[in-house]
Design a protein around this ligand. Structure first.
Ligand code: CMP
Length: 138
């Protein structure tokens, strides 16, 4: 069925000038852009967005990284959006990511891995609503 996922192009990808190339790959893979913006997360925003990871040893590093510069946030729509987007981005660690995936092409490390993709329909909705109001979603 047609459904939605949420993505952020992380500060490393934006800093390195990969925004356009990554949006091109997303478009070429058949995702429709429902919402899109460049935004800078505060420390409080990042801690809330990644609350599920707050007991992990890398939590502080993750929040520091995600607030280092602007991100590009988007809601995307397609058949099987969550799973197909995770296939398009590749494994969390770029060393394990398949050839041609966004992380293989643009990520630098496990932490600085270029792009976020929601892991479930439920989280896609929560994460999309975290960044976009109802009247920003078309
Ligand atoms: P993502 O899966 O999008 O969301 C959680 C993020 O935490 C993950 O991407 C990485 O950016 C980061 N992360 C996961 N594991 C590690 C790790 N071992 N060390 C540093 N950062 C990590």
């Amino acid at each position: 069925a047609t459904n939605r996922t949420f993505t952020m192009l992380k500060p490393d990808a934006v800093e390195n000038g990969h925004t356009g190339a990554i949006l091109d790959k997303i478009n070429a893979a058949g995702f429709r852009i429902v919402a899109l913006k460049k935004t800078q997360m505060t420390k409080a925003n990042a801690e809330a967005f990644y609350a599920v990871h707050n007991e992990r040893p890398f939590f502080g590093e993750l929040v520091e990284f995600m607030t280092r510069g602007p991100v590009v946030a988007a809601i995307l729509e397609k058949d099987n959006a969550v799973d197909d987007f995770r296939t398009l981005i590749g494994a969390t660690n770029p060393a394990d990511a398949a050839e041609g995936t966004i992380r293989k092409l643009y990520a630098t490390s496990m932490g600085e891995n270029a792009v976020h993709g929601s892991d479930s329909d439920e989280n896609a909705q929560i994460e999309g609503n975290f960044h976009f109001s109802g009247r920003e979603q078309f």
